[in-house]
Design a protein around this ligand. Structure first.
Ligand code: SF4
Length: 453
């Protein structure tokens, strides 16, 4: 029996799929290299935008055809699923299973007739500690390590608090042991994942920070907040990089800026989602910070980094933006353009607002036309192209360290310490080894280089 997993969405979903693979392998399934070889297809979906949900509907004709060829074929839907969509998807999938119940999936699959679909759906509220499952890693040399799951922030446009539930932090000792294990296996880039990594164990740590001394840190302790966790991971012996995502600006403390700057394994790259450059829109988004706060935070991060690591290691900053949020006027959008020009991001992930049922923003009038949303995305992309290109051009002629992670048609592709995508001619066997590459050409979204022997 073979399985095939289709993963949509963020790195957290990618990481979850690695745990799903582990569960399936444990009960005897093998990984199918092609979807039409599979007896079990798992779709790990994302509900962040309607287009992502539509993609899952779009799979149905293919599933129908596959089922006519393989009558044993079963399909599972999991991941971030809205209640409303769950009801609709039930007629398309054999099972809809909650990722938090992953420890119980094997029982369901071993005795398929013992539970009907409605039973499984009604079990969705029960959560198991699925992050304890040892993943079947599939992204060498990049290792994804969740440190928390869920979110308590309720940004008005976001489904995550509804689909993943409240924030649950993973025990420190589990995180450390997973990172150690990955480093031992030769993984070179460790991503610490969470919907809001900055708030890791924060409720407790706020009160106890003052009385903890660094040498008294206990690895199983709930006293360890995110900056302390970074320090512990940074002290794990080995040659590897540490990256993390996602960061909420409101929880980005001075302690975290200091830890990030001092820990040499933490790469000088930060994704800091601002979402809008207008205070009124930020308020409607329930982001709990202002544009001034955000600008000041970026300034502080850049200055501290330069002071501690030296000017040559200036930090790369990317952001996430939503254009066309309900009520966003031309003037308010211009404020976002202004912020873009001021901050000069290295990269930005720009999304057109998409109303998500159940969220607070869903009740607001989605009054920015599709055409305007498209136009606003285009305008911001143009600004970004210029700033990103100017920054990338400065790297021409420089020699930088890259971690190759992909090989395509004679080219190696990898990310630099600063999270720039670099492509050069090279051989597959270099994947997973840090190499030095001289930059020869710069484009807004990437660099080309030559391998130094
Ligand atoms: S911080 Fe906001 S945008 Fe991020 S997952 Fe939580 S609710 Fe969603």
């Amino acid at each position: 029996m073979k399985y095939f997993i289709i993963t949509y969405g963020c790195q957290m979903n990618k990481s979850d799929s690695e745990r799903i693979a582990a569960v399936l392998e444990k009960i005897g399934y093998k990984n199918a290299s092609k979807i039409d070889e599979a007896d079990l297809i798992v779709v790990n979906m994302c509900s962040v935008r309607q287009s992502a949900v539509d993609r899952v509907y779009g799979l149905q004709p293919m599933f129908k055809t596959l089922k006519t060829k393989n009558y044993k074929l079963q399909t599972i839907l999991t991941g971030c699923i809205l209640k409303k969509d769950r009801k609709k998807f039930i007629e398309y999938f054999d099972y809809i299973l909650n990722i938090k119940n992953l420890t119980r999936w094997s029982k369901v699959l071993a005795t398929p007739n013992s539970l009907n679909q409605s039973t499984i759906v009604s079990d969705l509220s029960q959560s198991g500690n699925y992050l304890k499952i040892k993943p079947e890693y599939s992204s060498f040399p990049i290792g994804y390590v969740p440190i928390s799951t869920g979110c308590n922030n309720f940004c008005s446009y976001c489904v995550v608090p509804y689909t993943r539930g409240p924030e649950i932090c993973r025990p420190v000792k589990d995180i450390i042991s997973e990172v150690r294990d990955l480093v031992k296996k030769g993984y070179k880039e460790i991503w610490l994942l969470g919907q809001n990594v900055n708030s890791y164990n924060s409720q407790i740590s706020i009160n106890v920070n003052s009385r903890i001394s660094a040498n008294k840190i206990r690895e199983d302790s709930r006293d360890i907040n995110f900056p302390k966790l970074l320090k512990i991971i940074n002290n794990i012996p080995g040659d590897f990089w540490i990256r993390f995502t996602s960061s909420h600006p409101k929880d980005f403390s001075d302690e975290l800026i200091e830890a990030m700057s001092r820990c040499k394994k933490i790469t000088p790259y930060l994704n800091l989602p601002v979402q809008s450059g207008d205070n009124e829109i930020l308020k409607k988004m329930n982001r709990n910070y202002t544009v001034e706060y955000y600008k000041n935070l970026v300034k502080k991060i850049r200055q501290t980094f330069a002071k501690i690591r030296g000017k040559s290691v200036s930090i790369s900053i990317s952001t996430d933006i939503i254009v066309g949020f309900p009520g966003e006027t031309k003037k308010q959008f211009k404020n976002t353009v202004r912020l873009f020009k001021e901050i000069k991001f290295d990269m930005a992930y720009i999304a057109q607002y998409s109303p998500r049922p159940g969220t607070a923003a869903f009740k607001m009038k989605d009054d920015v036309t599709k055409e305007k949303k498209r136009e606003r995305e285009k305008i911001l992309t143009e600004v970004l192209k210029k700033t990103a290109l100017a920054k990338n051009k400065k790297l021409i002629g420089k020699t930088i360290t890259i971690l190759p992670s992909e090989y395509k048609n004679g080219f190696l592709i990898g990310k630099s310490f600063h999270y720039k995508t670099v492509k050069w001619v090279g051989s597959k066997d270099l994947i997973g080894k840090f190499v030095r590459v001289k930059i020869t050409d710069a484009q807004p979204w990437g660099l080309k280089g030559k391998l130094l022997k």
